[in-house]
Every structure is written in C-alpha cells, then in structure tokens.
Design a protein around this ligand. Structure first.
Ligand SMILES: C[S@@+](CC[C@H](N)C(=O)[O-])C[C@H]1O[C@@H](n2cnc3c(N)ncnc32)[C@H](O)[C@@H]1O
Length: 351
C-alpha cells in the first residue's frame, strides 16, 4: 500500500492530528530549511506541466504576487517555473567582473565542466565534491535560483563550483571565451572507436594521439540535462539547443571532450541529438537512432534532480554521449579545435 493510500485509511481525528503535527514541524523548521523546502518543492514542479504558456511577469519585472500560478509564501518568493528567454530582460549580456574566473574558482586553470540549465545546482555541487580535480560551472537563466545555488555552494565551502545567472543562448560564447584565458584548451585522447570514425577527417592525428603535456584545461565536458521542452509549436524556438548553441559548444569543447545530453521527452532528445550529429565536430558514441545502446544511467555517476525524479517513477530517460573530434576546415586549428570565425560560420547549411 502506498503512503497516500495509507493516509486515506486514517480516521478523521488522526488525520487532522497528523496535519497539525506537520504544520508545527514546518513552523519549527529553521527559516533556511523552510526556504530550502519551498525551493525543492518548486524544483520538482519545474516546467514539465506540459503548458509553458509562460507570459507571466519576468524576474526583474513588476512583482506579480503570484508565481507559477501559486501564491508565494513567506519572505522567499518562489522563482518562476518558466521564463521567456526572448524577453528583453533575458536577452541582456551578462554582467561579469573583470577576470571573474580567477575570483570564483580557487584554481581557474583546472579543466572545466559546464552544465547548461543547472537549476538549483545540486548536480554541479555533487560533481565538484566528487571530482576536486575539475571546476564546475552551472549556467541557469533564473537568477533567483542561481542566488540560492551560490548560497548553498558557499555554505558547502566549495571553491571549484560556481553558477552564473543568464541566458546561455545569449552569453555562452562570452563565458567560455573568458574561461579559456585562464584554462587554455588542451586536447584529450579519443577512444579508438571515435578516433577512427569517418567524421575524424583531420590529417593531424597528433591531436588524437598526443594530448598536450602537463595539466589539461579548457572546456572538457558540457552537459545539457532535461532542458525545458517548450511543447507548443510556437514556443519551439525557445528551446535551449539550437544550431547556434551547437556551434558555440563545437568551438569551445576541447578535442576529446564530451558532450552529454539527457531528456525525458523523446522528441526533445531526438532533436538535440540530430543537431549535434549534423555538426562535423561531434561524433555520437552510438548511431543517432540507437536508443537501445544508450547509457542506462548517467555516465558521470551523479544524477540530476529531474533525473532522480524520473528514475524514482520508473520513467524513461533518453541519453546520448558525443565526443568532440578534430576535423579539417579552412581557418580551423584541428589540434586545438579553435580558430574558426564566429561570424559566417554556416556549417551544414545547404551542404
Ligand atoms: C527542466 S529544468 C532541468 C534542471 C536540471 N538540469 C535537472 O536536470 O534537474 C531546465 C532548466 O533549464 C533552465 N533554462 C531554460 N532555458 C535556459 C536558458 N536559455 N539559459 C539558461 N538556463 C535555461 C530552466 O530555468 C531550468 O532550471
């Protein structure tokens, strides 16, 4: 019998008593715990209600008194479940301090893992604890959510995790360019099955076989996990993964670096996978239509909040893992993956 079944069997008095006990327990919880609880509840309800008709007030706009259709409680106002990434507020360039990577990371030269749409940052913080040899950067559009993630990171005293509140579709290129000044791209060896893939068109196999000596750096891994599906056709343009984002990741991920995609919405998973598969810089570890061969758990060994929810409900998760490969292209440095011009970069279009 499930917990909810059980509660319906309670005699009325006992049910009322239980409810009162719960209220008292909530009041007695430390304010910080209450805030955490509010945020955790909101996280689970995030963006999967199938209706992202989210033209409500933006962060930074006028207060609405209601967030996500529910009245905000206490001092902490629930962050919106969705934002419109095309609103002027979310189209602004992010305001970052000069030389910010050396201010936010204890060792800014460590290889970087970037998590796009990092929400409350649980995944990045768990990874940062597990792998102190790396820096973790979560980029999340809801700035209130990022404030919370940063406060949790500070409480944990982590110096290899950080969060930036902005729209990745506007700011990712700038963020990763800044990082590379402190953590220059350094190629990694590719698994043989990837190094011999026909998409590895470069003649410069040194990029594959001989990674640079010494400490490696650069953007070593990018994760895009359960991005908002924006189900309505007219909102598909709001989806985070588009051709421009794929191209930016292709420019910054080091040769041999990994891109990991996850979604619980098959259509979204297929769309993301096809976009990366069409780019010459990415090789899928499985055939693009092979969902049987996909990893049956998070390849990094740390589940995200949404992933935990799906697993607990025994619901499917669609995963794909790509490697960044070197490839020959005019003006492109195959060994480092750098050197392409951002403008006029229209690979795949009309080819
Ligand atoms: C469904 S949640 C998944 C959160 C987390 N990755 C997980 O797996 O638990 C998607 C997250 O992406 C964020 N997001 C959506 N569009 C974004 C954008 N353009 N830039 C940055 N973050 C975005 C949302 O605010 C939300 O926190």
């Amino acid at each position: 019998m499930s917990a909810s079944d059980d509660s319906t069997q309670q005699p009325p008095l006992k049910t009322a008593r239980l409810a009162m006990d719960q209220q008292v327990a909530t009041k007695e919880r430390a304010p910080d715990q209450q805030q955490q609880q509010t945020i955790e509840e909101e996280d689970e309800s995030d963006s999967m209600d199938g209706d992202d008709d989210d033209e409500q007030m933006e962060e930074g706009g006028q207060p609405s008194g209601r967030q996500g259709g529910k009245r905000s409680r206490g001092k902490f106002r629930r962050p919106r479940n969705h934002v419109n990434p095309f609103s002027p507020f979310h189209q602004r360039p992010v305001d970052l301090e000069d030389r910010w990577p050396e201010k936010v990371f204890e060792k800014p030269s460590l290889p970087l893992h970037v998590d796009l749409g990092s929400a409350y940052g649980h995944f990045c913080m768990a990874m940062a604890e597990k792998y102190p040899s790396h820096n973790y950067l979560g980029v999340e559009i809801r700035t209130k959510v990022v404030e919370h993630a940063i406060s949790q990171r500070d409480k944990a005293g982590q110096r290899n995790a950080h969060f930036i509140g902005c729209n990745v579709n506007v700011n990712l290129d700038r963020i990763l360019t800044d990082i590379e000044a402190f953590s220059p791209p350094s190629p990694h060896p590719l698994p043989p099955s990837i190094a011999t893939h026909p998409k590895c068109t470069t003649n410069d196999k040194t990029a594959v076989e001989q990674p640079a000596a010494g400490a490696r750096g650069g953007v070593e891994c990018v994760t895009i996990q359960f991005p908002d599906p924006h189900f309505k056709k007219r909102h598909h343009k709001r989806r985070m993964v588009n051709q421009q984002l794929v191209d930016i990741i292709g420019r910054h991920l080091v040769v041999g670096g990994r891109l990991i995609l996850q979604s619980d919405i098959f259509e979204v998973a297929v769309e993301m996978r096809q976009l990366f598969d069409a780019h010459p810089a990415f090789v899928d570890t499985h055939a693009a239509d092979d969902w049987q061969g996909q990893p049956d758990q998070n390849p990094l060994g740390v589940a995200t909040e949404r992933e935990k929810g799906r697993i607990a409900n025994n619901e499917p998760v669609y995963r794909a893992v790509f490697y960044r490969v070197p490839y020959d292209e005019p003006g492109h440095d195959a060994a480092t993956g750098g050197g392409r011009e951002a403008e006029g970069d229209n690979w795949g279009e009309g080819d």
